[in-house]
Design a protein around this ligand. Structure first.
Ligand SMILES: Nc1ncnc2c1ncn2[C@@H]1O[C@H](COP(=O)(O)OP(=O)(O)O)[C@@H](O)[C@H]1O
Ligand SMILES: [Mg+2]
Length: 257
């Protein structure tokens, strides 16, 4: 069965890190086709997996070019605009050895971020049909969800660190899911950088939600090696198998696939 898995949560809680660990697990254990959609304009998945992404590699750059062509009336008249956009999206896909990436990038100038968000929203469905696994790194803001971008997502992983703001965003996302009637097969809570002493707090919090489609996935510890890799710009895909967080990641992500 095809899986579309999105990572959400407050900025800085570890969404991109968790996605990279999941990606490492998938590429090492499965020969399935994998697509990573980096839809967070504030950061690049490329940074944590050792693929430098230039603006020209991003969908934002293609859309900028498209706008220019529209303004100068350089587009073929006989081709529907959405067909052109779809073509641009497919041609923005970067092929790596074991997976593909689509980098949304940040739209330059005064243009609103929602244009490109809408483009993506309309193609996630088409794109993900071609892959066994689609992993989406979501932006920190919640607009992504309130605009129903998540409608094709099977599994939502809400990441939180042990902080009031992390918990607050987690709860707000769950409320929004109800408010806009989004449907996910599974909603998972992932506690990142948790000391043993605080695990119970999140366990209680999830229990108190009283929602049987929201499940606690597990906890990652604060990990010096991850910090060090980030600091030195090393790819998390190259973490040694012995890394304690990766060991946990392998166990908990098994539950999802
Ligand atoms: N378990 C962890 N242990 C140590 N550092 C972590 C851990 N998870 C994330 N980090 C660090 O925290 C910072 C933010 O993580 P990131 O995954 O980029 O968050 P987000 O994508 O949610 O904004 C990065 O510097 C990352 O290396
Ligand atoms: Mg990120």
């Amino acid at each position: 069965m095809k899986k579309v898995i999105a990572f959400a949560g407050k900025g800085g809680v570890g969404k991109t890190t968790s996605l990279a660990l999941f990606l490492k697990f998938l590429t090492e254990n499965d020969s399935a086709d994998i697509l990573v959609i980096d839809s967070d304009p504030d950061a690049n998945v490329g940074d944590v997996i050792g693929r430098k992404v230039d603006f020209s590699d991003t969908l934002a750059s293609k859309m900028q070019e498209l706008k220019r062509k529209i303004e100068k009336q350089l587009l073929p008249l006989d081709m529907p605009k959405n067909q052109i956009i779809e073509g641009d999206v497919f041609s923005s896909i970067i092929e790596m050895d074991d997976f593909d990436i689509l980098e949304m990038g940040r739209q330059e100038g005064s243009g609103c971020y929602c244009f490109i968000n809408n483009v993506l929203k309309n193609v996630v469905d088409t794109l993900s049909k071609n892959y066994q696994f689609t992993l989406i790194d979501s932006p920190a803001g919640l607009e992504h969800f309130s605009r129903k971008t998540g409608r094709d997502v099977t599994d939502l992983i809400i990441v939180t660190d042990p902080s009031k703001m992390g918990f607050h965003t987690m709860k707000r996302i769950i409320e929004l899911i109800d408010e806009v009637s989004l449907k996910f097969e599974n909603i998972w809570i992932l506690g990142n950088r948790f000391p043993d002493s605080l695990k119970e707090v999140l366990e209680k919090e999830v229990e108190n939600l009283k929602k049987n489609n929201v499940k606690l996935l597990g906890f990652f510890p604060d990990d010096n090696q991850i910090l060090e890799y980030n600091f030195n710009g090393k790819s998390l895909l190259e973490l040694p198998d012995s890394n304690p967080t990766y060991q946990i990641a392998k166990e908990i992500f098994k539950e999802i696939i």
